[in-house]
Design a protein around this ligand. Structure first.
Ligand code: SAH
Length: 316
């Protein structure tokens, strides 16, 4: 409530009549800042630069100690989408706001708006099983835990790891929910047009958790089936050569002029979406913030005035 001035006592009394507690902030961020309980403020001292804050239900009711350990805990596995808050579903935003604890890879947790009521447990990207067990242990002790991935949590992210660990008998009573998110292939496809408009495959190029032979076999199968292919994790500093090798495998089954969308940091500050061909795909243009979409035989590049769109028609 802004511009309190002469209305101050009316506002204060209305809050009290409603049985609620509001906060008072005056001259915020200046060296004369004053904060406190609205009920404690002397009305004659209230300047123009003052507001009253009435918290919403979630912030007003932090979990009490006696709710801990009574089985109210749960693990919600969420994904924040490919970039900023516009790409997070309202459902996920609400679960993040209500959570007591956030567990996840540090840079992904940094995407969640700060909330001093919450405890954050940032971790390395690689310790998925430990992270999952930690989240389940917190929930077993009565905490509402959000395990935070980017994109969709079920796509090359934490959902499967959490459910794998949750299958252990000792976690049978811990509630686990998986909430869907906007995955990178949807974001990159939309930025380019509709290259995934027909049947397609989704493949991670990382050979950290699966052998490279398996990656190659899947690329060949998808290429032979004439599926468009969304390629996640195409390249990292530790895996620099796989993207060129994948291109060469695909070129054995796809025309050299097959359209390829190179989508980098879509939705973020470093967004760059370019369209090239399979033969001309340059691994140097690809990094770990990039997703590739390789077209099928029917994928077309269409020029509309100054813009180029890529589409795969729904009929064959
Ligand atoms: N769970 C995530 C994917 C995790 S794997 C999801 O559903 O999107 C990480 C890979 O996702 C990256 O290597 C990259 O290929 C892709 N990616 C994630 N965010 C992206 C973005 N904003 N733009 C382009 N690719 C992205």
């Amino acid at each position: 409530m802004l511009k309190l001035g002469r209305t101050f006592t009316t506002v204060r009394d209305a809050v009290a009549d409603a049985g609620r507690r509001a906060f008072y902030v005056e001259r915020a961020t200046t060296d004369r800042q004053r904060t406190g309980d609205l009920a404690d403020v002397d009305p004659s001292s209230v300047p123009y630069f003052a507001i009253a804050l009435l918290p919403g239900a979630v912030a007003a009711a932090p979990p009490t100690d006696d709710s801990v350990g009574r089985g109210v805990g749960e693990v919600a596995v969420v994904g924040t989408g490919p970039a900023g808050r516009d790409w997070t579903t309202p459902q996920v935003a609400a679960v993040l706001a209500a959570a007591d604890d956030l567990v996840g890879y540090g840079p992904y947790l940094d995407r969640v708006p700060p909330n001093p009521r919450q405890t954050r447990y940032p971790s390395d990207n690689r310790v998925e099983a430990e992270r999952a067990a930690h989240a389940l242990d917190l929930a077993a002790a009565g905490r509402r835990v959000a395990v935070v991935s980017a994109g969709d949590p079920g796509v090359f992210a934490m959902a499967a790891a959490v459910l794998e660990v949750a299958a252990q008998p000792k976690y049978v009573d811990v509630a686990v929910r998986v909430l869907p998110g906007v995955t990178a292939s949807s974001a990159v496809a939309a930025a380019a047009g509709a290259p995934l408009g027909h049947d397609h495959a989704v493949i991670s190029l990382s050979d950290r958790l699966k052998p490279w032979d398996v990656v190659v076999a899947r690329l060949v199968a998808a290429a032979q089936a004439d599926l468009a292919i969304a390629i996640y994790n195409p390249r990292s500093k530790a895996r620099p050569w796989q993207v060129g090798a994948a291109r060469d495998v695909l070129l054995e089954h796809r025309a050299p002029d097959t359209p390829v969308v190179v989508g980098r940091d879509v939705g973020g500050a470093g967004e760059r979406v370019t369209v090239t061909t399979l033969a001309e795909l340059d691994p140097e243009q690809v990094d770990m913030r990039t997703l590739l979409i390789v077209g099928s035989s029917t994928t077309r590049v269409v020029t509309r005035g100054a813009t180029t769109v890529v589409l795969t028609p729904r009929r064959y």
